[in-house]
Every structure is written in structure tokens, then in C-alpha cells.
Design a protein around this ligand. Structure first.
Ligand SMILES: [Zn+2]
Length: 386
């Protein structure tokens, strides 16, 4: 059976189901980001089921430098360690190596860098990244790639992308080898390749065609949301996604706002991940269908309504804006936790609505209404200021 089944298309928006050894993923899907195998904000894996999370995302680099993937393999892999039986996607570590690590040197074999925690020297190349992800035993592993700086020139990007392609071939070979070993945690581990090319259309397209030939389990569009405009990001998707296989899932890495996600779905993206809902939640910024509100605002001091009327999340089922505001002001961990739970529930519920809309062939009108409604609070603010 095909791992990815394309159930329906509505324009270019795709509705699918991805079958994995850890269960089915209904797409489009938002993956909830648990950097060090936990969602920041004291969110447990029991909570994740309560807020409709389908896929948890963990960061390879962070788990490698702290606690260590070898230890996690010894205790039975990441699923057993964090007590989560649904799919997990691990990133390759590449993005963190290029964004967090100090004093990095890129060579054909991989990258030499110093740990951002204690400065000790680490080497990571395609084989090392695959080995770490295999030790973690995630459902989906990401290929090791270079995410070139947003303002890199054409020559730099072309060289970098060519190397990323060579690295991808090495990742594929290494994973085949690892999946065949006796003591491998997840012998059915899947591999997604990553398209790069910054904002150069022809490099993006050539690379998409090239990696599509490798017949991987899925394809990501990487190197976006790193400083380019939203219009440039949508343009890259417009030109690139049509050159990735329709019968495989497409993943837009690290994106984004609810509007970014809706625009991505419209352009054929299946998988998303972003730290916005959890990061915003930790700062008391919560999403509603009328837009984002800041619970620190004095006007919520006596507001006994839930964050959003009718929301089924653990925060809204029980607590008021006034109480959550009080907790946030008092720096009680519960305040942050309730906001993160609400925000992730909001994103996961939006994805459910998106899937229903595609099923019914009304994605375009759903998207337009959602974006218009979520702009209401900003429009009111502008009116009052004007
Ligand atoms: Zn809620």
C-alpha cells in the first residue's frame, strides 16, 4: 500500500492520509514542536492527545548535545522515552548547526562546529545525522542539508544546493543501511528530502526535479521564513511545489502564522511546523477567530469569558481570561501552560477545519473567511487609532 494516499484535491490544495508504523496522519497537518522532546510550557504527551496533536516534532541537534541519542536508544528510543505512541518527526540538526552553533566550518564531508551549550567540538555530516535520528527511532527523519543565509548570493546558493543534493544521496544510502540492522529502534523509519535554493526560481526548480528522482518518502521545502517577505515565500511555493511529486507529502518547514499555513495549503503543502503557537502562548499572546489577543492587556482584568467562546481546549473548558491573566502576571507556570495548550489546540483545530473544507470542495471560501475574520481585531484597532 502506498504510504501517502491523495484522497482529494481542491484546486491545488491536497487532502491526504500518510500511513506510518506509528499510525495514520491526516493531512494537511500541523506538527507540534517539542524541541527537546517536550513542548515548551509544561505540556505533557497526555496533553498532546487532549489538544488533537497528530505528530510531535523533536530537534535532533538539541537531543544530541543534551542527554544524547545513544542514551535514548539504550532506553528504547524516543517514543518509549517520552511516552508518545503517535508519529514523531525529527529534523536533521542542520538548521540548528547553521543557526545556533558557533565557529562552524562547512566541508564536503559535513560540518565542524562547537556545541552552543559547552563549546565542545562536534562533527555532523549526513551519516552522523542519520545515525542520530536512527538512534532516536523517529517515524520520519529529515535529510541533512544546508540552509543558506537569506541574503546569500546566487553563486553561494548554487554551490550549497549541489552539496545538499550529494548529502541527500548519502543520507538515503545510510538510512537504507541503518534500517537493515538488527538492533535498529525503528526499521521502518522514513526519509524526507529537503528542497533548497533561497529565492532563485531556477535553482529551486532544478533541485526539486533532481531530488524527486530519488523516490523518497516525502519532500520538504526548506530555507523559507528566514528573512524573505511573505510574497517571496508564496512565490517560491508557486514555482517549486508543482515540481515535487503529487503522490508524496510536501512539508513547508518552520512556517508559520495561520495565514501563512492557509496560503501554503492552497499551494499544495501537506505538513507544517512552527514555534509561533507555543512561543506566543508563553508570552500570553493567544489566538482567537477574530485575531490574536494579549492577555496581559488590562482590559481582560475582569473578563470572565474563556479565551474563546466555544473552544474545547483544556484552558477554555475551565478558566477565564481574567484568571489566566492573573496567573501570567503572577508568573505562575499554569498561566503559560494554559495559553500554550489553547494556541496549539487552535492550530490543530484549524487544520481539522482545513481538511473538512477540502473534503467538501470549499477550501477557497473557507480560507478567505478565516483570514478576513482573523483580521477583525486589527481592523478595530486601526479604526480606534485613526
Ligand atoms: Zn481554548
Amino acid at each position: 500500500m502506498a504510504k501517502y494516499e491523495l484522497l482529494k484535491q481542491d484546486g491545488r490544495a491536497k487532502r491526504g492520509v500518510f500511513h506510518t508504523v506509528h499510525g495514520d496522519i491526516q493531512t494537511p497537518v500541523f506538527m507540534n514542536v517539542g524541541t527537546v522532546a517536550a513542548i515548551k510550557g509544561a505540556v505533557s504527551t497526555t496533553d498532546l492527545k487532549d489538544i488533537k496533536c497528530q505528530v510531535e516534532l523533536s530537534n535532533t541537534y538539541h537531543l544530541h548535545v543534551r542527554t544524547g541519542d545513544k542514551l535514548i536508544k539504550e532506553v528504547g528510543g524516543l517514543h518509549k522515552f517520552m511516552v508518545w505512541d503517535r508519529p514523531i518527526l525529527t529534523d536533521s540538526g542542520g538548521f540548528q548547526v547553521f543557526s545556533l552553533a558557533k565557529l562552524r566550518k562547512i566541508h564536503e564531508e559535513g560540518v565542524y562546529f562547537n556545541s552552543h551549550i559547552d563549546g565542545h567540538k562536534i562533527f555532523m555530516g549526513p551519516e552522523e545525522s542519520m545515525q542520530i535520528q536512527s538512534n532516536l527511532g523517529s517515524t520520519i527523519a529529515m535529510a541533512f542539508d544546508e540552509c543558506p543565509p537569506a541574503l546569500a548570493d546566487r553563486r553561494y546558493v548554487a554551490n550549497s544546493v549541489a552539496r545538499t543534493t550529494r548529502w541527500l544521496e548519502r543520507c538515503k544510502n545510510k538510512m537504507t543501511e541503518l534500517n537493515s540492522l538488527e538492533d535498529t529502534v525503528n526499521k521502518d523509519q522514513l526519509l524526507f528530502g529537503i528542497n533548497q535554493g533561497a529565492i532563485f526560481d531556477d535553482i529551486r526548480i532544478d533541485h526539486a526535479k533532481r531530488i524527486s528522482e530519488l523516490d523518497l518518502d516525502g519532500y520538504a521545502v526548506g530555507g523559507l521564513a528566514v528573512g524573505e517577505s511573505h510574497e517571496q515565500m508564496y512565490h517560491v511555493l508557486d514555482v517549486t511545489v508543482p515540481h515535487l511529486p503529487l503522490e508524496k507529502p510536501t512539508y513547508l518547514m518552520g512556517v508559520g502564522t495561520p495565514a501563512n499555513i492557509l496560503e501554503g495549503v492552497e499551494r499544495g503543502v501537506d505538513f507544517f511546523d512552527c514555534v509561533y503557537p507555543s512561543r506566543n502562548g508563553r508570552h500570553g499572546h493567544v489566538y482567537t477567530n477574530q485575531g490574536k489577543i494579549n492577555l496581559f492587556n488590562k482590559k481582560y482584568e475582569k473578563d470572565m469569558r474563556p479565551i474563546e467562546e466555544g473552544c474545547g481546549c483544556p484552558a477554555c473548558r475551565t478558566y477565564s481570561r481574567a484568571y489566566i491573566r492573573h496567573l501570567l502576571k503572577a508568573k505562575e507556570m499554569l498561566g503559560m501552560r494554559l495559553c500554550v495548550l489553547h494556541n496549539l489546540y487552535f492550530y490543530n483545530t484549524m487544520m481539522e477545519e482545513i481538511r473538512d473544507a477540502i473534503d467538501d470542495g470549499r477550501f477557497k471560501s473557507y480560507k478567505d473567511d478565516k483570514i478576513y475574520n482573523m483580521g477583525q481585531i486589527n481592523r478595530e484597532k486601526e479604526k480606534n487609532n485613526g
